[in-house]
Ligand binder design. Structure first.
Ligand SMILES: [Zn+2]
Length: 366
């Protein structure tokens, strides 16, 4: 498949970090957009990975009226961080109004002297080149170990100087913590086909098979401890902050951490799973937290992708997500083998989730 569906269907967030007053809440009964409005309305995808110097993705963003945040990730299946950074810079230089990027740092040498200084220099250099954020991936918490063989966790004090500098530079901190809760369940209890396929094919990340590893609850608690220590951080929880399985759990998280936001990348299926069962509850969640949720897709592409094919896949994914959030249309959802009704969120709410929140969180003028 051209698009890595895990990445394709995987995200970011940050609200009041700049001290922006929340706009007035929109009434639930205001009019919704239609499918015909899709191209006309300006939109922002806050979680994509453009890793190759291939113009197809950018061309589709122009055609579908999207601004993008492409996120560099310390991920072994992606090109090196240097190579990702170069592609991001090229995109940004070509059209800085439409294309934005977030950097990532390497964990190599984490417990050796000088790691923090070197990492701060890397973040400062990326900021000077236009980076809006810094991503920390799930390797912190699940993969990376220190010299003693212990897993390195996000709340490790050795990150603190770097986090402080990210705050000073006004950048958003994007965190992919752990995995979706499905990762700790047997395959037949997982709620989405996407997760069943991904964890079947990536047994190294399938925590149900690794009971010696950290629990889901522990990883969430570590992230929350981290946020308690960094209350002013502009924190964006990728992939619905890994609380994708329950809008109640995500509500509690957003209530506890007023500077945190969450983005939807690769977790639309889990939202649809919930709204298919409890439509009003999920719709009311979006109404209540309309300033705290950002749209992200996790779309990416392989280096050998056929341009027409990749453009169609990207367009189809974006349009499907628009139909779900912005319209009341019912559509067949592959991930659930179910027909799912759209949330028909009011136009001003969609304008925030699909655009305004991203501009605010990334520190861009609205
Ligand atoms: Zn991603």
């Amino acid at each position: 498949m051209i698009i890595n569906r895990r990445n394709a269907l995987m995200g970011l967030a940050g609200l009041s970090a700049a001290g922006v007053a929340a706009p007035a809440v929109v009434r639930a009964d205001q009019a919704a957009y239609t499918v015909d409005d899709f191209r006309r309305v300006r939109k922002f995808d806050t979680h994509v990975h453009i890793n190759w110097d291939n113009t197809a993705f950018a061309e589709q963003a122009v055609a579908d009226n999207f601004e993008l945040l492409t996120i560099n990730v310390d991920y072994p299946d992606f090109p090196s961080l240097d190579a990702q950074g170069k592609v991001s810079s090229l995109l940004f230089k070509a059209d800085p109004k439409r294309f934005h990027f977030a950097t990532a740092f390497s964990m190599k040498g984490f417990d050796q002297p000088g790691w923090a200084e070197k990492t701060i220099a890397h973040v400062e250099d990326a900021r000077a080149r236009g980076a809006r954020g810094v991503k920390v991936w799930k390797n912190v918490g699940l993969i990376e170990r220190d010299a003693s063989g212990n897993l390195i966790m996000l709340d490790d004090v050795r990150f603190d100087p770097v986090i402080k500098r990210i705050e000073e530079l006004g950048m958003v901190f994007i965190n992919h913590q752990g995995e979706p809760r499905n990762c700790w369940l047997p395959l037949d209890q997982m709620t989405t086909k996407n997760d069943k396929a991904y964890f079947s094919n990536h047994p190294n990340y399938y925590m149900y098979m690794h009971p010696e590893g950290p629990s889901y609850e522990h990883l969430m608690a570590v992230r929350d401890d981290f946020l308690d220590r960094h209350p002013k951080l502009n924190f964006m929880g990728a992939h619905m902050a890994s609380l994708e399985w329950s809008v109640d759990a995500l509500s509690a998280f957003l209530d506890r951490f007023p500077n945190a936001t969450a983005e939807t990348a690769a977790r639309m299926g889990q939202l649809q799973y919930q709204s298919h069962r409890e439509y009003d509850k999920v719709r009311n969640f979006f109404l209540k937290y309309q300033d705290r949720i950002l749209y992200g897709s996790d779309l990416t592409m392989n280096p050998d992708a056929d341009p027409a094919g990749i453009r169609k896949e990207i367009h189809d994914a974006w349009l499907s997500h628009w139909r779900y959030l912005a319209t009341g249309d019912t559509q067949a959802i592959w991930d659930l083998d179910a027909d799912v009704k759209g949330l028909a969120l009011p136009k001003p709410v969609i304008d925030k989730i699909f655009y305004g929140n991203a501009r605010r969180v990334l520190g861009l003028k609205t």
